[in-house]
Design a binder for this molecule. Structure first.
Ligand code: NIG
Ligand code: FE
Length: 404
């Protein structure tokens, strides 16, 4: 099956297939072909170029993309998409002025979601998550990561991971599963005992059943310490689970250094950054993922992504979609926030949400840029003149059609 897009105003993010991650100067440039064609065959990008060099093919489907753009679908590399229900009640508390920490201390937060999850069946959880993923795709998301972390018991964590596993085969886009047993300490349990449960009981079962691609820890004051993190990471390594970690959301407490020294794939959040945190990331392979929807929703600082890019750190963008701190899955809005609040250029933001985001899920060899041989996971936009209009028309949906 061949599909030919013609008269594309801008074919965005055209790069050689072997460019897998951007940092430093290349982060500032976004290669584009104006008035372009693009040929895909059986879901693979076969050919592209300016219209005047279009070969005389007879495709099965012809799409007139006049006045519109084609770009790689977004990769949302950090989400908590499997959750039992909204936490709308907390929204009201938040409006009344309570902070995320205060809401959690009053029995809300992650523990509230865990309680609800225990009462729900896997089928119900799957149904809710499937609807969300299909909606995310309509907003241009062509790959995503989903974390556990609302189980908080051996049975609960296996349950939520099984739901993610089933979801993987029910959606047409790649989904990576991350084991986040260390998301919060259950009520009435000592932290050390819970960490032992994670390392000695959860991880071996998760590893044996092959239920996760990565491991995550909420490394934060009041949650888990750098020592806990080391213990969990060392155990996770036995099962081949690389780390994608929640760090520096509310405090800079040494977790970032721990993550980098354990060769984490990514460190996510990064709202609170000390100079030594920049130093740790500068020469590392670890990707720094900003989650501006969380900053927007909680009213906390935005991660200094601009400065990170200037320091040569590879930066990605994701939604953090979850019921407590970031209830939006709109990647287009994340680009708007990154540009408007973080002063990223549209070039930097799009690089962060496509190629680097795909790299943050080890998918950049197959998606994230327009390159011959890559999977055709693409966005065809509504009428737009320039890719910079995506963050400009903030919080809207520029997607006309997604191809996966
Ligand atoms: O990324 N920080 C920890 N985890 C989530 C929030 C999860 C929740 O509140 O349900 C986050 O912000
Ligand atoms: Fe998160």
């Amino acid at each position: 099956m061949q599909i030919l897009f013609e008269h594309i105003v801008q074919l965005v993010q055209v790069r050689p297939a072997d460019v897998r991650l951007l940092r430093g100067e290349p982060m500032n440039r976004l290669p584009v072909i104006e008035n372009a064609y693009l040929l895909i065959e059986d879901g693979i990008i076969r050919d592209y170029g300016p219209m005047d060099r279009k070969p005389a093919d007879r495709p099965d489907r012809r799409i007139d993309a006049s006045g519109r753009l084609v770009l790689p679908a977004w990769t949302d590399s950090h989400t908590h998409t499997v959750f039992p229900a909204s936490r709308y009640g907390e929204f009201m508390d938040k409006i009344r002025g309570l902070s995320y920490e205060e809401i959690a201390a009053r029995g809300g937060g992650i523990l509230q979601s865990a309680k609800r999850l225990a009462e729900m069946s896997e089928d119900e959880l799957l149904e809710g998550a499937l609807a969300r993923v299909h909606e995310m795709m309509r907003y241009g998301t062509g790959a995503l990561e989903i974390k556990s972390g609302y189980g908080l018991s051996v049975e609960g964590e296996l349950k939520i991971l099984r739901v993610i596993q089933r979801l993987k085969s029910r959606v047409p886009i790649p989904v990576k599963a991350t084991f986040l047993g260390a998301h919060a300490v259950p009520a009435g349990m000592a932290r050390a005992d819970y960490v032992r449960l994670v390392t000695d009981e959860m991880l071996p079962e998760v590893g044996r059943q092959g239920l996760a691609d990565y491991v995550d820890i909420f490394c934060e004051k009041g949650y888990f310490t750098p020592d806990d993190t080391v213990r969990i990471l060392e155990n996770a390594a036995r099962y081949g689970l690389r780390a994608k970690l929640h760090v520096n959301q509310f405090t800079s407490c040494g977790c970032l250094q721990t993550a980098v020294s354990h060769n984490a794939l990514s460190v996510d959040h990064l709202e609170e950054m000390k100079p030594e945190d920049f130093d740790a990331l500068q020469d590392a392979d670890t990707i720094a993922t900003g989650l501006p929807g969380c900053s927007f929703f909680l009213g906390i600082p935005y991660a200094p992504l601009k400065r990170m890019i200037e320091h040569g750190i590879p930066v990605a963008l994701a939604t953090d979609f979850n019921p407590g701190s970031a209830p939006s899955f709109n990647m287009n809005f994340m680009l708007g926030l990154a540009c408007i609040k973080g002063r990223l250029t549209p070039e930097q933001a799009i690089n962060a949400a496509t190629l680097n985001a795909a790299a943050a899920l080890e998918l950049s060899d197959e998606m994230g840029s327009i390159a011959r041989g890559k999977k055709a996971r693409l966005i065809l936009t509504k009428p737009l003149n320039h890719y910079g209009e995506i963050p400009y028309y903030f919080a809207t949906n520029p997607v006309d059609e997604i191809f996966v």
